[in-house]
Design a protein around this ligand. Structure first.
Ligand SMILES: [Zn+2]
Length: 316
């Protein structure tokens, strides 16, 4: 059996695992990122985490085929350089080089959302699928693309920033500096902003009541209120689902993939949102004469990022 090691590097936590050739995680561990310490300290922690994972899985470093890491931001997959990551405060960070020198193994580094898409793709039961897009709805909007059975990162690795394509010209301010990006409408950050606005306009509604009670609100409680049938929460989430739907329709119209996977916290409310999302896509996709692609929620949760990172070397 071949073994691989994968790391999912986030702004808050670093999750790592040893993955076998059937894409099962056989051993995993998480540590805190603490990115304010700078690149070298974080890279060294990742090296130590790899060593600990290999040790706790009862394997030798020699039995690991290669190492992979998923990082936020734009990444040169082949040399493992993170050009820029706002979450980590990194610019031109040579993560691949550092780990290769330190551990003496081949190292691949990919964008974290692309790694999650690859992880979900590798765990699909239907092996006839070779084109799949994944849209992750969380604090931001992540995107990963599998084309021809391989991860697609773009000619200069700047692709896949679907969250920063424009949904509304000169619309809401986005974290990237532009206005009107999909992320400024279809992320939980945007949903919460819209919930506060709604509470002002509708002070007697359930959303206003939660904000008054808790001083704040999160995506989970907004969806719970919608599922419980409160009209203001329904209206808010239905508009939110349409924003996600507009993103999904853009993906369909450009790429026509066999499958679109929706990941992130929203996948927990799939009974409520998925039928609405599919209906929106069916009504709005350009070519309504063909069967709509398979739209489903992610099934691997946090494991997808580790699995995809661990297998990067075979799918780039
Ligand atoms: Zn943006």
């Amino acid at each position: 059996m071949k073994y691989f090691a994968g790391i999912d590097l986030g702004g808050t936590t670093i999750k790592g695992g040893i993955v076998d050739a059937e894409n099962r995680i056989i051993c995993s561990k998480s540590i805190r990122t603490l990115p304010e310490r700078g690149f070298e300290a974080v890279a060294e922690d990742i090296a130590v985490l790899f060593e600990e994972l290999v040790k706790s899985s009862g394997l030798e470093m020699a039995s690991i085929e290669y190492l992979g890491a998923g990082s936020p931001g734009a990444v040169d997959v082949k040399i493992g350089k993170v050009f820029f990551s706002g979450n980590l405060g990194w610019e031109n960070a040579e993560l691949g080089k550092y780990l290769k020198n330190r551990l003496g193994k081949d190292v691949y580094v990919g964008n974290d959302a692309s790694c999650a898409a690859l992880g979900e793709f590798l765990c699909l039961e239907d092996k006839s699928i070779d084109s799949m897009a994944m849209m992750t709805v969380g604090t931001g909007v992540g995107f990963g693309l599998i084309l021809g059975g391989h991860m697609y990162s773009g000619a200069t690795y700047g692709g896949g920033e679907f969250g920063h394509t424009t949904l509304v010209f000169a619309g809401e301010q986005c974290t990237c500096g532009k206005k009107g990006c999909i992320e400024a409408y279809a992320s939980f950050t945007a949903l919460i902003r819209d919930a506060f606005k709604l509470a002002e306009d509708n002070p007697d509604g359930r959303i206003a009541e939660i904000i008054k009670r808790d001083g704040t609100i999160d995506g989970k409680s907004i969806f719970e209120a919608a599922i419980a049938g409160y009209p203001d929460a329904r209206k808010l989430t239905e508009t939110f689902i349409e924003y996600i739907g507009a993103g999904v329709v853009n993906i369909i119209n450009i790429l026509d993939p066999q499958m679109i996977v929706i990941g992130g916290g929203i996948s927990r409310s799939s009974d409520y949102f998925l039928p609405k999302l599919i209906e929106y896509a069916r009504e709005n996709a350009f070519c309504r004469q063909v069967k709509l692609c398979d739209i489903r929620v992610a099934s691997k949760g946090n494991d997808a990022g580790i699995i995809g990172a661990a297998r990067l070397g075979d799918y780039i």
